[in-house]
Design a protein around this ligand. Structure first.
Ligand code: SF4
Length: 260
């Protein structure tokens, strides 16, 4: 009879957060990856001391002092073009989206004009963006729905925005915050990473991080908190090589591997 040999189980990524102390320290590569991707809460920050309200206030006071009026980097002309830009930005960079939408929005800045362009023409305008076929279909479908059900206006409730083709919770949060001034927290890859790494709002999913940030951040900072955290993640707390030495909150950050 052939001898049955069992291969050792592969070290799956989902095993990283469950690593026991006795199993040894995660490698730098593992922890950096775990701190960078949705679905992977940082194993160490989950156990670190939570931020005190005074520390959170201090961090956001510093962000505010450094950049009192932070702006998003997605170009748009009105709530409709913001909505379209956010839908197009899934798995694409803001710079890449802006390159395509400058010309598109010059000819179509309302649902009616977008619909009049038609799916094929929209596809041509956005063909430099990933998943452009699907996205063009969604842009036309959401324009149709806005006209048919919302009088051609972007609705102001989360449920209504989320009911539009191509729009999910993150899209709704960005639109509610940027177009209508609501105190929402959109969690993209940068906010997810910063929330986990710093220990400010550890979570395995974007929703966990979103709710954690909403609980932690005082209302007076919430209007701009989303942009401060995105910009912090994009330019300072970089995924591969965080610039801890120039980080405004490096004394408060709980990341065990911060380089200061
Ligand atoms: S100290 Fe480093 S890891 Fe912590 S928030 Fe700053 S850049 Fe990110």
């Amino acid at each position: 009879m052939a001898k049955i040999t069992r291969k050792p189980l592969p070290k799956s990524r989902s095993a990283v957060p469950r690593r026991k102390k006795s199993a040894g320290k995660a490698t730098k590569k593992e922890t950096a990856k775990a701190a960078a991707e949705p679905g992977q809460a940082h194993p160490a920050t989950k156990k670190t001391k939570p931020w005190t309200p005074a520390e959170v206030r201090e961090a956001f006071s510093r962000f505010r002092k450094a950049n009192p009026e932070p702006k998003g980097e997605l170009e748009h002309l009105n709530p409709f073009t913001l909505l379209v830009a956010v839908v197009l930005s899934a798995q694409a960079t803001d710079a890449g989206v802006n390159k395509a939408t400058r010309a598109l929005f010059a000819v179509a800045d309302t649902p009616q004009k977008m619909l009049a362009l038609g799916e094929e023409t929209v596809r041509d305008y956005i063909k430099t963006i990933g998943l452009y076929r699907n996205k063009a279909r969604n842009v036309i479908a959401l324009s149709e729905k806005l006209i048919a059900e919302f009088g051609g206006e972007v609705p102001r409730s989360r449920a209504e925005i989320e009911s539009l083709p191509g729009a999910g919770r993150k899209t709704a949060n960005v639109v509610l915050n940027m177009a209508f001034g609501e105190l929402t927290m959109a969690v993209d890859t940068h906010v997810f990473r910063v929330g986990n790494r710093t220990g400010l709002a550890p979570g395995k999913t974007p929703l966990e991080v979103e709710l954690g940030l909403e609980r932690a951040i005082p209302p007076e900072f919430m209007l701009h908190a989303h942009h401060w955290l995105i910009l912090h993640g994009r330019y300072t707390c970089l995924a591969r090589k965080p610039r801890c030495e120039v980080c405004l909150i490096n004394d408060l950050c709980r990341w065990p591997e911060k380089a200061i």
